[in-house]
Design a protein around this ligand. Structure first.
Ligand code: FAD
Length: 502
């Protein structure tokens, strides 16, 4: 019997929006295993490839299953920024001081109301070893700092502020330091990260099965997960794992049924960049065997209105003509706060000297010779924008922002018309996205049940699990891939060391 966990629909169009997972099969009912290995890994993205490398290094036989024709997942689509700190060689070379405790304080605050303190602590204390591991796989980093406000450095500079480290309120919680580390590539580095990891896996003789979509788990009589059911060219195959199954199949941003159930705020964003493989399969597979999913309401919605960085001098207002955030915040935090406004509406107000077009192409919503004219053109309540700009300009003149503590570097009165408003509304702006919730896991990668007991034989990492990044309002670029690679490694090590099933 097939159970449609995410959607009951079987029509082609709708099934693309959901994900069909079968209930776990009993091992005793499997007549024939198509293949057998020590560690089975579902999904060849950053987490899966890192798990495969570590499990293989420990001598385990590894089978890496990938639904697409090639590995990479959303990691390959990404900017490829990683998150390292506490005095990395790039930080030192570029003249920045940092220490593990400041990094820990920042990450704990940035992980929102429910940080996983154990994972944050473990990552901070071991991140420099992980940096060395990434380099040992073949990644290189140029020791140069990109100082402008950006989503990712356009060239091959290696170090940048990739989050809210140097903006309020985080700059009073922990000593700021840039911790975004981008491999030495012109432009986005995600594909390079995946090429390096997959090449390493192949060198270690990890067997990869492309075009193989896992649709169910297999458990033994003691409820230990011992294999998977997959579809390959329309045919069902059954694969046995002697030591463990690792779920590293990404998140669920492409599964509208799951978004409706868990993160409805993400349903109406104008999602333009994402991985079709993020259909929630990994999470649903884990749940089918008793795993518990947490943090499912959180997702990253970036509204990248900069670069150019001069746009950060503008003022962002909602449909009531009021400011609600320091405009120098990281674009993901701004995106989250825009979603919290009524109707998800937001406008970037600029005067003539600060006007420009964002690289991401946000549209002009209105223009006016005066603030009053712009306010009327935008349909804002009478006097609202005039008042907001009067208060902002009065304080900006003195280099102050008593409401949201925007950095002095971007505080300039907006007083030279004409004025313009760019549309940053979540339904219109270009918004890449991914989800942050997933299976509850121990730092070892073991999947936990609702009672926080491990589901035997089952591990998860990357966006299939709920890891370091847990808060859209506190997210920093680099946390996802660092989390996926680091905790993917831990899952690979744990599964390789597990007692084999008889
Ligand atoms: C545009 C964009 C830019 C980003 N930039 C950054 C950045 O600079 N830094 C950062 O840290 N994060 C960034 N992210 C987020 C980050 O890329 C992801 O969160 C992270 O790479 C996820 O890694 P993963 O290994 O969990 O999943 P993925 O890399 O997505 O890998 C999962 C794999 O599992 C496969 N799969 C899915 N279901 C199945 C199944 N049933 N059977 C078999 N295989 C399956 C998928 O095809 C995929 O290959 C960005 C995301 C986007 C969309």
């Amino acid at each position: 019997m097939t159970v449609h966990l995410a959607t009951a629909s079987t029509s082609h169009a709708q099934s693309e929006l959901g994900c069909v997972i079968e209930p776990p099969q009993r091992a005793s009912a499997v007549a024939h295993w198509d293949a057998e290995t020590d560690v089975l890994i579902v999904g060849a993205g950053a987490a899966g490839a890192s798990a495969a490398i570590e499990a293989r290094r420990l001598g385990a036989e590894v089978l890496l299953l990938e639904r697409a024709s090639d590995g990479g997942g959303s990691t390959a689509l990404s900017g490829g920024i990683l998150y390292f700190g506490g005095g990395s060689e790039l930080q030192q070379a570029c003249g920045f001081e940092d220490d593990i405790e400041e990094m820990f304080k920042y990450l704990l605050a940035a992980s929102g109301p429910n940080p996983d303190e154990l994972k944050v602590r473990m990552y901070c204390e071991r991140n420099l070893e992980h940096f060395a591991w990434c380099k040992a796989q073949g990644l290189t980093f140029k020791p140069s700092f990109y100082a402008k406000k950006t989503t990712e450095p356009p060239g091959d500079d290696g170090l940048l502020y990739s989050g809210n480290e140097n903006v309020w309120p985080f700059n009073v919680i922990a000593k700021p330091a840039p911790r975004g580390h981008k491999p030495a590539v012109i432009g986005s580095a995600g594909r390079v990260i995946m090429d390096v990891l997959l090449a390493q896996a192949s060198k270690l003789r990890v067997r990869v099965l492309p075009d193989t979509r896992v649709v169910g788990l297999v458990s033994d009589d003691a409820a230990r997960v011992v294999g998977v059911v997959a579809r390959q060219e329309g045919r069902a195959i059954t694969l046995r794992a002697r030591r463990g199954v690792i779920l590293s199949a990404g998140g669920f941003i492409m599964n509208r049924s799951m978004l409706a159930a868990h993160a409805p705020k993400l349903l109406n964003v104008s999602l333009q960049i994402g991985n079709p493989g993020d259909d929630g399969a990994g999470i649903l597979l884990g749940q089918s065997a008793g795993g518990y999913a947490i943090g499912m309401g959180e997702g990253f919605v970036s509204v990248p209105f900069y670069p150019p960085s001069k746009l950060v001098h503008g003022v962002i207002v909602n449909a009531q003509g009021q400011r609600f955030i320091n405009e120098d915040a990281y674009h993901g935090r701004t995106g989250e706060y825009i979603l919290r406004q009524s109707g998800g509406s937001a406008y970037l107000i600029l005067d003539e000297p600060h006007f420009g077009r964002p690289l991401a192409g946000m549209q002009l919503k209105a223009a006016g010779e005066s603030v009053q004219a712009l306010e009327a053109e935008l349909g804002l309540p009478q006097g609202s924008l005039v008042h907001t700009l009067a208060v902002y300009n009065e304080h900006a003149q003195r280099g102050e922002d008593p409401l949201f503590h925007k950095s002095k570097a971007y505080l300039t009165p907006l007083s030279h018309g004409p004025y313009a408003a760019l549309d940053l509304s979540a339904t219109r702006a270009i918004v890449p996205g991914f989800t942050m919730g997933g299976l509850d896991t121990l730092p070892s990668g073991e999947v936990l049940s609702a009672l926080r007991t491990p589901v035997r034989g089952l591990y998860a990492a990357g966006r299939t699990s709920c890891g370091l990044p847990r808060s859209a309002a506190g997210y920093s670029s680099g946390l996802s891939i660092s989390c996926a690679t680091f905790f993917g490694r831990q899952a690979g090590i744990s599964a390789a060391r597990a007692e084999p099933v008889a």
